[in-house]
Design a binder for this molecule. Structure first.
Ligand code: SKM
Length: 287
């Protein structure tokens, strides 16, 4: 933690629910401390009903910026003055920067995820991805992967009220990138088997398997996994989800959500402070 809170300490933080498990406060406060920056980062558990009030209050007290986590990554867009082109395209924000009352929404999840996969030594550019989920993090990963040159992405989601909205997102990404993105129903296991056979990476971008529901798993049919498929989860609490356990047991390579958290956080940190997060040091201490 910072040695001292002063009269000029700038506030940053996290809005979401739940947030008590988050490593972001440790990561950011340690980085502020290391760089001798007079900033502090706090986590705020905010319900959907209170999101607008929270944003109004944070703007009024001139917060420097904040992260947004589930379930607010889409809703928060309504309270921004400006969105970056990628946030505009996907309708999701995980990082807000406040310039004297003017709020700009960014998304750093996609770049964070791709950096984490690269850091783990996996190469997915030019290859195919199977992506589970279509929420804010999934949309950010999908758009960034398409922009970075992943060749094909098959998205699986439940056929619910947001299906048409996701199809519109898929159309936009197909229009603006060279990637071939398709949307499938989560219950279509025949097609899922085909997608996985053709993919080099499976990405779970749903919250299925996150604490406290650690017995839940988005894919339970073990015959769908094959050795050397990269199975990645954006969840970092627990570090090893049931999905990753099953994948490991079936000879897959695995990657949890910790490094994605680190790299998306490093990008947020730079937006708020203009300085690079001391990544190696933070990695050593908390990851
Ligand atoms: O997008 C990130 C968010 O910025 C921070 C976070 C956390 O602290 O758990 C998780 C992700 O949603």
């Amino acid at each position: 933690m910072n040695e001292m809170i002063t009269g000029q300490t700038r506030l940053t933080g996290l809005l979401g629910s739940p947030v008590a498990h988050s490593i972001s406060p440790m990561m950011h406060n340690e980085a502020f401390h290391q760089l001798n920056l007079d900033f502090v980062y706090l986590a705020f558990d905010v319900s959907s009903d209170n999101l607008k009030k929270a944003v109004d209050g944070l703007r009024a007290i001139n917060i420097r910026g904040f992260n947004v986590t589930m379930p607010h990554k889409n809703e928060i867009c309504n309270y921004m003055d400006k969105l970056t082109p990628i946030s505009e395209m996907i309708g999701a924000v995980n990082t807000v920067i406040n310039d004297n009352g003017h709020l700009t929404g960014h998304t750093t999840d996609g770049t964070g995820y791709l950096k984490a996969v690269e850091d783990a030594g996996y190469h997915i550019i030019g290859k195919k991805m199977t992506l589970l989920g279509a929420g804010g993090s999934a949309a950010s990963i999908c758009a960034q992967a398409a922009l970075d040159g992943v060749a094909e992405i098959d998205i699986y989601k439940r056929k619910n009220a947001t299906w048409n909205q996701t199809q519109l997102l898929v159309d936009k990404i197909n229009k603006h990138t060279n990637c071939n993105v398709s949307l499938y129903d989560f219950s279509d296991t025949t097609n899922l088997r085909k997608s996985l056979k053709e993919s080099s990476i499976l990405t779970n971008a749903t919250s299925i398997g996150m604490e406290p529901n650690i017995e839940n798993c988005p894919i339970t049919d073990e015959t769908l996994f094959y050795p050397e498929l990269i199975v990645s989860d954006i969840i970092y609490h627990p570090k090893e989800t049931k999905l990753l356990k099953i994948a490991k047991r079936n000879g897959c390579f695995t990657c949890n959500g910790l490094y994605m958290l680190l790299y998306q956080g490093a990008a947020s940190f730079e937006l708020w402070t203009g300085q690079k997060m001391p990544i190696s040091l933070i990695k050593e201490k908390y990851f």
